[in-house]
Design a protein around this ligand. Structure first.
Ligand code: GLV
Length: 325
């Protein structure tokens, strides 16, 4: 009977699927991130056939070696897979999969939750009201900015970036400009979107900049001090992709000194830590990496990771096999 290790408690859907296939599923008894050493200890000598892992698990050559030669697949419950050394996995013939598609709508929704929260100062206003500071309606109280009719700059027009663009155009009559390594002329025609040949060209024109690229060597600190200065002083930056894409210390400086008006972040450079000074700022909205965290979507991600494992253990190519970009 194939044996599968699950590195942390996840929604039942995936576990049920694996068990229905007759697989033995061992879930880590600790409901917390396992440090690399602990993960190695949990895997070593256990002869697992597959591992269902999370974006908080570091999967490198040492961990793959600890899992052993019979382990065919590490199935990440995330669309991103920058926590996994794909070269090390390929060298050991271990398949790596992710969970794209099922979280697209949820992450796009969260992107708008953040965008609107920042522009309408929702969290700041909530703090203000709870603190008993509301003394009655006032014409100049907590003025924010509209999203409707503005220019939304999408950096990375993949599944999630395209869905954000769709909502921006259909829901808010916004103009969409985008940068991606690949131009998508069909998308441009359908949504009236305008392609910018570089991030530097996009930034000065956008009222909202939303980041949707994977974390790669080429995207680390893509939003650095210099690029933040290219944004309009009235603009907002939203990041629901990966924290290290934004130089967080530079962002704190930019928010403090009025280089940009506001920001909203679901991801951080050194999770779970925040850059010094970030939490003290009023003009930033912070959520703890929950953009895909709805009951529906986390169940679907759990089930899709299980599908990937089931396919791999049946000798098929899993539906969401990933390769080094
Ligand atoms: C979440 O960050 C994911 O990559 O799914």
């Amino acid at each position: 009977m194939p044996k599968i290790f699950v590195t942390r408690r996840i929604p039942e859907a995936g576990i049920r699927k694996l068990e229905e296939k007759g697989h033995e599923v061992v879930v880590s008894p600790e409901d917390r991130v396992l440090q690399k050493k602990e993960l190695i200890e949990a895997l070593a000598g256990q002869n697992y056939d597959a591992v269902l892992c999370l974006l908080t698990d570091t999967i490198d050559g040492d961990v793959l070696d600890a899992a052993g030669k019979q382990c065919k697949i590490f199935a990440n419950v995330a669309v991103g897979f920058d926590n996994i050394d794909l070269v090390a996995a390929a060298e050991r013939n271990v398949m790596i999969t992710n969970t794209p598609g099922v979280l697209t709508n949820t992450v796009a929704e969260h992107t708008f939750a953040l965008m609107l929260a920042a522009a309408h100062r929702v969290v700041e206003a909530d703090r203000f009201t709870r603190a008993g500071l509301y003394g009655g309606w006032a014409p100049m109280l907590l003025l924010g900015n509209d999203l409707s009719g503005k220019t939304v700059g999408i950096v990375g027009l993949g599944r999630i970036g395209s869905r954000v663009a769709y909502h921006a155009v259909k829901g808010f009559d916004a103009k969409v400009i985008y940068y991606d390594v690949a131009r998508n002329e069909q998308f441009e025609q359908e949504f009236g979107a305008i392609y910018k040949a570089s991030v530097d060209e996009l930034l000065p024109e956008a009222d909202f900049v939303s980041i949707h690229v994977p974390l790669l060597d080429s995207t680390r600190h893509l939003m650095n001090a210099e690029r933040l200065r290219l944004m309009k002083p009235t603009a907002y930056l939203v990041n629901t992709s990966r924290g290290p894409i934004v130089d967080e210390a530079a962002l704190v400086d930019a928010l403090k000194s009025g280089v940009i008006r506001g920001a909203a972040l679901d991801v951080f450079e050194n999770e779970p830590k925040l850059a010094s000074g970030l939490a003290e700022l009023e003009n930033v909205v912070l959520t703890p990496h929950i953009a895909s965290a709805t009951e529906e979507t986390r169940s679907a991600m759990s089930a899709l990771a299980a599908d990937n494992i089931i396919a791999a253990l049946e000798g098929q190519t899993p539906p969401n096999l990933v390769k080094k970009m």
